[in-house]
Write a protein that binds this ligand. Sequence first.
Ligand code: SF4
Length: 344
Amino acid sequence: SELLRLLEEAGDDALQPGHSGQPNSSSDLPLESGKMKRKRAQTPLEKYDLNYLCVTDLSTQSWCEQQMVYGRELPQQQAPETVVLLNTGKSIHLARELEVHDVVKVHTTSKEDSWAIKILNLLSVIPVLQAGGCVRELPVFGIIEDVFLMGIIDELCYSAKGELELRELKTRGLPFMPSRAQKKKDYFQVCLYKYIFDAMVQGQLKPDVITSHIHLRPEQPLGSHIREHAQKVGFTVTCFGDLLELMYLNMTLSDIPSIDCLKIEYSHQESNTLLGTEVVQFEEEKVRERAQYYLAYWKGRREVQGVEIEEAWKCQSCSYSEICDWRRKRAEGPEQRSGPKKSK
Ligand code: SF4
């Protein structure tokens, strides 16, 4: 049957907090119990009203955490050439995706409907993977350090050796391979995808974990458009919990293997030529440790960090170098800085 990817067209009541990037109003702050009624300091997750993070939030953080924070708070200050590069990259991804399936817009009326779209997109490609086919733009979810993560894998295919291979496409404005630091960020991104995908096929992501982290109601009836599309891909569902169960069962019982191989393809945007392919080694312990370190910031366990002196070259091409507190304090001397020394 025709392979479709669903794209959300949100109704008024589908607007969901959770990954809006909009700070909470301070009146939302929970109060501590006791006589003092003092306000507890917000963690960054609370401040930005997030109940999940994207894999790209963490990989961007690995380039410069301070830059990632400025990017969230002052997106309008990004250099225009960066915005053009990102938009062109998105168009190339969409064109590649349309080679293997059509994209259709589906009206949503609740935040459960929005998540149902992601789950249906995942459910619809499981048979393709089972049959040894190639899928693109595959949504994946997982938990690290009790934080919910979501990502979209560019491509999953079986290699000639029959191994399940993840391919990440990176388009570049410059006609040569990226620096070691840039590659390191990309390596981390694909390793995180493998980490959470493997946990899904191994049955570690239970339905109730998803609903409790994202604050979704399993009993919420799905909108008529969602039910219609679910029917088209062969699923009869009534409420959000039905879809979660189906996802859990399909991921764990369909014999999809863990990802065997991680590849990143770098290509030049303008000429559309392949610049090179990197094969990434997956070291689970190191990936977990790095994720823990970055998530410690989000959970309010440490202050935001900028780049260390040996990576100060990153500041030269940073859209926020003029206003960056970290850079200013670094110029004033190490004793001016607060927070522990960055160890990664
Ligand atoms: Fe990070 Fe340097 Fe940019 Fe500051 S100026 S945000 S430290 S890259």
